[in-house]
Design a protein around this ligand. Structure first.
Ligand code: 5AD
Length: 432
């Protein structure tokens, strides 16, 4: 499900309103452009449309257009003269050369308001230039809250006793996914659980192949560290991607927080998954104990090295009953800076605003993320009766889904086909 930024029709070349294809000129915040409108009889100068690439996909009312602009385009005034020359140099370098570790540390370290605004704005511009105004909404179904691991930060860690554990039935998982796709227009679904071996490899294969048989959707699996054979079989069944964070690039931090797990094994698995042809969604937590800015720079470089197609970075949020329950939450501002720097390094990657950022910043987190280089949202599609029990951390944010979903473009078959095509291209194009 995707949405675009609205534009106003300022002229129409073909005067015949019934012509199947009409050339129109539209204007939005970045100026004018020529696009085509297909099968939009009655479209006239002054109307508002949503468009993606060179095609108008839907007419919207002026009120709706304003609503979307307000959601997606906060205005920021930047006084360039107040930026330090070294900061400006790094920013402008990012358009022509890859940023190195020192450059990244410099960008992440700034606390100067104007410099941060300039960073966010550069990332936003780069996102627009590379991905146009093509925001996507993905869905996540959290199908089991059971986990064999004991990660120190996670509310669902195996030793947590005050957690209600649930497992969705195979049929329930399939129905939820099909409903999200057919009923609500989602095109990319993440199937997530703790590391729960209750589901056999065959169960996972059956879930994936049945969803793929019943509807057209990209499936990302997020089921933790399972065997290479299991991942091979899921790929064969139709899974396109894997969401598996490396959590931190620093082995000593990783090993202190993940009893019984090895950083090396985690990275080995991620590399093997890439070699299998999976799209990799990976990233890290911000605000882990012992994490320095230099480590965050290394985390960003590791995402780039792994060739992730989807960046997933969120602030740590303390969770009751875990060893890190009194460790302070990660910084929302640092999360935005990381989002922006990730966009500078990976201009075409998918960067969702993570729920953890929304949880500490609410709707504003969503808006800020989307104007700092992020280009997608991840909505929770777990059935209501289970949702509160997937308690990785407390008070997970969700809200305004209907408003956002309302602008999904999949109701018309034309835009459906086109966006599906764009989705494939967007994935394929992230190889830098
Ligand atoms: N705060 C923020 N994110 C967390 N995760 C687990 N626990 C927390 C927490 N307390 C993230 C991990 C994991 C993902 C599923 O959830 O990064 O990979």
């Amino acid at each position: 499900m995707c949405l675009t930024i609205p534009a106003k029709v300022i002229s129409i070349k073909d005067g015949n309103p019934d012509a199947p294809v009409r050339e129109i000129i539209v204007e939005d915040s970045r100026g004018e452009r020529k696009i085509s409108a297909i099968s939009m009889p009655g479209l006239k100068v002054g109307d508002w449309i949503l468009y993606t690439l060179d095609l108008a996909v839907r007419q919207v009312s002026q009120g709706e257009a304003k609503e979307i602009i307000d959601l997606l385009e906060p205005r920021r005034e930047i006084d360039l003269s107040s930026l330090s020359p070294s900061f400006t140099n790094v920013l402008s370098k990012s358009f022509s050369k890859p940023l190195n570790r020192d450059d990244i540390i410099g960008l992440l370290s700034t606390e100067n308001e104007m410099e941060m605004e300039a960073l966010f704005s550069e990332a936003n511009t780069l996102r627009q230039a590379n991905l146009h105004d093509f925001f996507c909404i993905h869905g996540i179904i959290e199908f089991s809250s059971n986990c064999v691991r004991s990660c120190h930060y996670c509310g669902l860690r195996q030793p947590s006793e005050n957690v209600k554990r649930y497992r969705m039935l195979t049929e329930e998982i399939i129905e939820s996914a099909v409903d999200a796709v057919e009923g609500r227009g989602y095109k990319l679904i993440v199937l997530q659980s703790g590391d729960d071996f209750f589901y056999s490899d065959d169960d996972l294969v059956k879930i994936i192949s049945e969803i793929k048989r019943r509807c057209k959707v990209f499936i990302f699996v997020s089921v933790g560290e399972r065997s290479a054979e299991c991942y091979e079989a899921m790929k064969e069944a139709g899974a396109s991607g894997v969401l598996l964070r490396f959590e931190t690039s620093k082995p000593s931090i990783y090993e202190a927080l993940h009893p019984g797990q090895s950083h090396e094994e985690r990275l080995k698995l991620l590399r093997a998954l890439k070699a299998m042809g999976y799209y990799i969604a990976s990233g890290f937590l911000i605000g882990l104990p012992g994490q320095e800015i230099e480590d965050i720079a290394d985390d960003i470089l590791l995402m780039k090295e792994l060739g992730v197609k989807m960046v997933t970075v969120g602030p740590f949020i303390p969770s009751e009953g875990t060893p890190l329950s009194s460790h302070p939450a990660g910084s929302a501002l640092m999360t935005l800076k990381v989002t922006a720097v990730a966009r500078l390094l990976m201009p075409k990657a998918k960067i969702p605003v993570t729920t953890a950022l929304e949880t500490i910043e609410s709707e504003e987190g969503r808006r800020l993320g989307l104007s700092s280089g992020a280009n997608s949202l991840m909505f929770n599609l777990t059935p209501e009766k289970f949702r509160a029990d997937y308690s990785i951390y407390p008070n997970k944010y969700h809200g305004n889904e209907e408003l956002w979903e309302k602008y999904g473009l999949f109701n018309e078959s034309l835009s459906y086909r086109m966006l599906e095509q764009k989705m494939f291209e967007a994935f394929e194009a992230t190889e830098d």
